[in-house]
Design a protein around this ligand. Structure first.
Ligand code: GRG
Length: 301
């Protein structure tokens, strides 16, 4: 079994080689050489935990697949995640100036360029997966199914839907516990569920394994968000590398505003149990996934 650090290292190494992220193509403008790739790389290589792509690779390992074959899909997931962070930080969304311990993309490159860097990362994710499918025609059917899972998770019934509801509730509409779960399922859990489902597609896993990974991704994602909401109140800004305390200040709908600190801790415990129960249906001992969810419960970053 590899550790999160080892999977993350594989993702980082491959990200360094993806052409569209490395150079802007042939239309270099002298006054601003490599502006697009610089701004994309600035956010992509700012020291993210690489959780989502590592979980995809760990699932492929667990299901008996080859992680080398899944690397481009893992990188695509990280590019989509990074685009969502760049756009989420924009003044029109969360209006954040600190991310991954550094100034946010628009602070450094300007709003317009940050929007385009996000667009570039999203497009590059699909170029990368399509390149992989074209390079392996014998695997094209599996690769298409995996790509569809990733598109669904990031798409208009997944992450984007969650973000839309989040914005809607922030701008004068009162949300309830159902709205909260909709937001957190969409914007956070879907980006765990669907990369895991993509791993299952790459390995031609059976229905039971697909469902167990889906259940784990949901519980893990909601738990991850609940701990994020707790850390916004109880965390240390220098450790987290992002601005804290903003949720309470802006009256945002979060687990803490809906259930209080103790209620959120109880929710974390319930979701932890649900994630472990899903691990019980994984092939093998699911050690990577058990360790990961145990660590998430006590995370400080
Ligand atoms: C703009 C369509 C669109 C969606 C944005 C990702 C997102 C949806 C919002 C981010 C707001 C946020 C802080 C959500 C909490 C969960 C989350 C996605 C945290 C960031 O993920 P980490 O901790 O970050 O894995 P690193 O930097 O380690 O990759």
């Amino acid at each position: 079994m590899n550790t999160l650090k080892e999977y993350a290292a594989k993702v980082n190494e491959r990200l360094e080689q993806i052409p569209a992220v490395v150079e802007d193509g042939r239309f270099q403008i002298e006054q601003m050489p490599g502006l697009l790739s610089r701004s994309m790389r600035y956010s992509l290589s700012a020291g993210g935990k690489r959780l989502r792509p590592s979980m995809l690779l760990a699932a492929v390992d667990m299901l008996g697949g080859r992680t080398e074959d899944a690397l481009d899909f893992a990188c695509a997931v990280e590019m989509i995640h990074t685009y969502s962070l760049v756009h989420d930080d924009l003044p029109a969304m969360d209006n954040d100036t600190l991310r991954r311990g550094r100034p946010t993309n628009h602070v450094l490159f300007g709003e317009g360029q940050a929007i385009l860097a996000g667009d570039g990362l999203l497009n590059c994710a699909f170029e990368t997966m399509l390149d992989a499918a074209c390079a392996h025609p014998d695997r094209a059917a599996d690769y298409m199914l995996a790509m569809r899972e990733i598109a669904r998770g990031a798409g208009v019934t997944g992450m984007i839907a969650g973000q839309v509801m989040d914005l809607f509730c922030e701008r004068g509409h009162t949300g309830d516990a159902d709205a909260l779960e909709y937001i957190q399922y969409g914007k956070t859990a879907c980006m765990f569920i669907y990369p895991l489902r993509a791993a299952a597609r790459l390995c031609r896993a059976g229905e039971g394994e697909l469902q167990a990974l889906t259940d784990y991704g949901r519980a893990f994602g909601l738990l991850f968000q609940a701990t994020d909401d707790l850390l916004d109140v109880t965390g240390v800004e220098e450790k987290m590398g992002k601005t804290l305390g903003k949720d309470a200040q802006s009256g945002k709908l979060t687990c803490v505003s809906a259930y209080g600190i103790e209620g959120t801790r109880a929710l974390v415990a319930r979701l932890h149990a649900q994630a472990l129960s899903a691990v019980g249906r994984f092939p093998g001992d699911g050690a990577f996934f058990k360790t990961l969810v145990d660590e998430m419960v006590n995370r400080t970053i």
